[in-house]
Design a protein around this ligand. Structure first.
Ligand SMILES: NC(=O)c1ccc[n+]([C@@H]2O[C@H](COP(=O)([O-])OP(=O)(O)OC[C@H]3O[C@@H](n4cnc5c(N)ncnc54)[C@H](OP(=O)(O)O)[C@@H]3O)[C@@H](O)[C@H]2O)c1
Length: 261
């Protein structure tokens, strides 16, 4: 039976554990939590343990905070990860750092986002250059339980992915706030303002996912000359909103680079 070990059962780790148990038949899921006080399983079907007890061919998913990584790596017996496939979702911990601390070249980095909790993460996965195709497929299958997975070969793309996908839900939520504020100001109550906004975001996302649709084709199609939408888009242009959002993404990516060192 395939064994998947999740280290760190916080927000992300718990969602992954439940997704694996619900969505991947015939998998044994183990949760590692070193602290006795905090040791409780996010799901009764998962085995709970205080330390990683390696088995050949484990898929090890590291969902601990980046600042906990060094002590986790130091706590492992020598060679513990030598025959495992290791997937880290830790923000800003580079493949080279993972490989040298864990003593294996079979390492992958992934950047999920908080939509994982509703099964709608956009996760970008980057394998180290010595990960066999089967290891990439295995990691991709495991992470698919929290949403869509895009595999990239160039690790530097993960910094951009951190901006667009990792921080994306928060950045979009910031913009969504302008919609809810406006709707409330116009007289809708808070619940209805949120309903209007969230359904617009959901519907727009679904239309954008249709074949052949791009953001530009969508807003052009919706803008009849001199109509209401055209007026709104012209005002966004006038206020250079596109450039502002670009600058925010650039700054987010730069911060991701800085944190990764
Ligand atoms: N949340 C997101 O949207 C998101 C997005 C992209 C990437 N990530 C990455 O995902 C990772 C987890 O994020 P999170 O939001 O799930 O954080 P979290 O809720 O704080 O969860 C981290 C978990 O790891 C546990 N932990 C700490 N040290 C450990 C160790 N040595 N061994 C085993 N478990 C340990 C913590 O336990 P205690 O709380 O008991 O200390 C906690 O349960 C982070 O590296 C973050 O960068 C998160």
């Amino acid at each position: 039976m395939e064994r998947i070990v999740v280290v760190g059962a916080g927000h992300m780790g718990s969602v992954i554990v439940r997704g694996l148990l619900d969505g991947v038949p015939g998998v044994e899921v183990v949760v590692v939590e070193p602290s006795a006080d905090r040791r409780r399983s996010p799901d009764a079907r998962a085995e709970l343990t205080s330390a990683y007890d390696p088995r050949p061919d484990d898929l090890l998913i590291l969902a601990i905070p980046p600042q906990a990584f060094d002590s986790f790596a130091d706590s492992l017996p020598p060679g513990a990860c030598a025959r495992a496939t290791v997937v880290s979702i830790m923000a800003g911990v580079r493949l080279e750092t993972l490989a040298s601390a864990l003593g294996t070249r079979t390492v992958l980095r992934a950047m999920p986002n908080l939509a994982a909790r509703v099964g709608q993460s956009m996760t970008v996965l980057c394998p180290g250059d010595q990960v066999p195709r089967g290891g990439v497929e295995r990691a991709k299958r495991a992470l698919s339980v929290i949403g869509k997975v895009l595999v990239v070969q160039d690790e530097s793309l993960l910094d951009a992915a951190t901006a667009v996908a990792g921080s994306g839900p928060a950045l979009v939520a910031y913009l969504a706030r302008s919609f809810t504020d406006f709707a409330r100001g116009a007289g809708f109550d808070a619940a209805d303002a949120l309903l209007l906004t969230s359904q617009v975001l959901r519907g727009t996302a679904d239309v954008l996912a249709e074949p052949g649709v791009t953001p530009e084709s969508l807003y052009q199609q919706a803008s009849t000359p001199n109509g209401t939408t055209a007026k709104g888009i012209a005002t966004l242009r006038e206020h250079r909103v596109g450039e502002s959002v670009g600058a925010a993404l650039e700054a987010t990516m730069e911060r991701a680079r800085e944190l990764a060192g």
